[in-house]
Design a protein around this ligand. Structure first.
Ligand SMILES: Cc1ncc(COP(=O)(O)O)c(C=O)c1O
Length: 357
């Protein structure tokens, strides 16, 4: 294999997959085990109980499915709906576009709304399905309080695990819908999971043992920091990134402040610059991985992912790298300007590490 890694760490700033903490890597460095022996159901029981906390639900039923976010989408849809059922979907970016495509290919009747979300959905009798792949465990997310029926995420995002586990949480209303939903499903059928939950063995098929131990370690780290502190850290990193973008004289692709994301910032580049070249160069020259602009915004934006296991100084390294690449591609940035704006903010807002106070 060619030596492609370069010295030091790769600065991984794509919006997923994200950095995996050392503790999680060590927890996953183990042999396979018999998932029917008592240790694995005992571990699974703690995971199912604790994973509810990241959804902020006490009444939801979680499923840990060997899949990705896309599979978690399919699980949410096929378990709750029948072919021809009507879905109102909100098109706000690339992943809503892909979910809408999946909904159409699964033969649901989809109304696409391209404007912002209304205020009155809580009163609606429809099931409320939320893609939390880039938000759960990083942003304030309250499944019970907001009346969400199915929420889902993927392991490689804010949970900072390898890709491969879709985490889906269903409300009582969604579980009830799954008893009558006629969509064809086999691998994703919640009812198979529920049968094994009742038996106390938990798994209808073979789970990744390593991911289960990884999830245990990831949840332990999140609870040690405190979920609200994790959310506050993401808010801080998001704000610091936006201040840097502003200092560079560039625009956030997200137009309204209330829509800003604390997990990813898409930066619009001037029309004479190809944003894909920024991403290529960042990786080749500075060992910095930035996110490409996708689909409609390909070549026009690059994305800085700031989610998961990440701290302030790591972010400043990324921002310094972005400045150098911007200069490389001919954008007249003052080196240090974004880092100065971000670090002035972070120096005033970064708390002590909770476990070291
Ligand atoms: C918001 C959102 N939804 C869904 C997905 C798809 O997840 P996956 O690539 O794990 O299938 C992604 C992936 O980046 C995402 O960001």
């Amino acid at each position: 294999m060619d030596y492609v890694y370069g010295p030091g760490r790769n600065h991984l700033f794509v919006p997923g997959p994200v950095n995996i903490p050392e503790q999680v890597i060590r927890a996953m460095n183990r042999n396979n085990e018999d998932y029917r022996a008592p240790a694995v159901p005992a571990l699974t029981k703690t995971l199912l109980e604790d994973v509810k906390k990241i959804f902020k639900t006490t009444s939801g039923t979680p499923f840990l499915i060997p899949t990705t976010g896309t599979g978690a989408w399919e699980s949410a849809l096929t378990n709750t709906l029948s072919p021809g059922d009507r879905i109102v979907s909100f098109l706000i970016g690339q992943f809503s576009l892909l979910w809408i495509d999946q909904q159409q290919r699964l033969n649901f009747n989809v109304d696409v709304v391209e404007s912002e979300w209304g205020q009155d959905h809580y009163q609606h009798p429809a099931l409320f399905l939320v893609d939390g792949v880039s938000s759960i465990c990083a942003l304030d997310f309250r499944m019970d309080e907001w009346g969400i029926d199915v929420a889902l995420t993927g392991s490689q995002k804010a949970l900072s695990l390898p890709t491969g586990m879709g985490i889906v949480c269903a409300s009582a209303k969604a579980l009830k819908a799954s008893k009558t939903a006629k969509s064809v499903r086999v691998f994703f059928d919640w009812n198979d999971y529920l049968k094994f939950y009742k038996l106390g063995t938990y798994w209808p098929y073979t789970p990744s043992i390593q991911l289960l131990y990884g999830l245990r370690a990831a949840l332990d780290l999140i609870f040690e920091e405190g979920l609200d502190n994790v959310i506050a850290r993401h808010a801080r990193l998001g704000q610091a990134t936006r201040l840097a973008v502003q200092a560079w004289g560039l625009k956030n692709c997200t137009q309204k402040e209330e829509w800003y994301s604390d997990t990813v910032t898409a930066v619009v580049v001037p029309s004479n610059i190809d944003s894909s070249e920024i991403v290529r160069r960042a990786w080749k020259r500075y060992n910095l991985s930035l996110g490409l602009g996708l689909n409609k915004v390909a070549g026009k934006v690059f994305r800085i992912g700031h989610l998961g296991h990440l701290n302030e100084l790591q972010l400043l390294g990324c921002l310094a790298g972005v400045e150098m690449v911007l200069k490389d591609v001919g954008y007249p940035v003052k080196l240090g300007s974004g880092v100065a704006a971000a670090s002035a903010y972070l120096q005033n807002s970064t708390p002590f590490i909770p476990s070291r106070i």
